[in-house]
Design a protein around this ligand. Structure first.
Ligand SMILES: N[C@@H](CCC(=O)N[C@@H](CS)C(=O)NCC(=O)O)C(=O)O
Length: 208
């Protein structure tokens, strides 16, 4: 492992559960890795100053979340997950073909995210029902095909990858998606294995 110091930084979306949003993808990966890190959450009001400060530190297009890794400041969730994965020597594929698969899955999660994020503060039950029937079910089917490529429980088989964290957290963010995984056996197998991972299970228990 070539990382000695990590801190994760993200908004505190006070009106939402603490896991909602991009930051949790990095939080899950760091937690699973067993590395020591801090997770600092911020009120939205201080963001303009923080953003200006990050720009001064040469962060390209500063957005939340960002991570400080051994003196470097890195923004953008998926590129940062890949950076950490490479540094940690785990969570990437073992060849170009596997890494291509992971990038495709990350891309599908991004498309799924786009259908959810526009509704994140919506309380119109009709619109939410429509989203579930049109989008959530569609992506659950896509993930079931992805997780059915091999015996699982993860995208690449027995080894977890950064894209598995993205899929799990997308299902968690997408309202009631996690409650419907039993209808998708390959996704259900993945979720069961993921939530039982030794460094994650106590965390999921703590959120109940
Ligand atoms: N592509 C970026 C998107 C990050 C993003 O849009 N973050 C929002 C908060 S969830 C943000 O920083 N908004 C404030 C801004 O863009 O200045 C990522 O994956 O991290």
């Amino acid at each position: 492992m070539t990382i000695t110091s990590v801190s994760l930084h993200y908004f505190d979306l006070a009106d939402k559960p603490p896991t909602v949003g991009y930051g949790e993808n990095l939080n899950l990966l760091l937690k699973d890795s067993g590395i020591d890190y801090t997770y600092d959450r911020y009120d939205l009001s201080g963001w303009p100053e923080m953003k200006a400060d990050l720009a001064k530190r040469s962060v390209l297009h500063p957005t939340m979340p960002y991570v400080e890794v051994d003196g470097k400041t890195l923004a953008k969730t998926v590129p940062t997950m890949r950076y950490l994965a490479r540094k940690l020597g785990k969570y990437m594929g073992s060849n170009d073909d596997e890494n291509y698969i992971l990038e495709c899955v990350a891309d599908s999660v991004r498309d799924h995210f786009g259908t959810w994020v526009v509704l994140v503060r919506c309380d119109d039950q009709e619109k939410l029902k429509e989203h579930f029937e049109k989008d959530t079910i569609k992506y659950l089917g896509i993930y079931d095909t992805i997780y059915g490529r091999n015996e699982g429980p993860y995208i690449l088989g027995e080894e977890i990858s950064y894209a598995d964290f993205l899929v799990y957290h997308m299902l968690d963010d997408d309202f009631i998606a996690l409650k419907h995984v039993e209808d998708y056996p390959n996704v259900a197998k993945f979720v069961k294995a993921f939530t039982k991972r030794p460094n994650l299970a106590p965390y999921f228990d703590s959120l109940k």
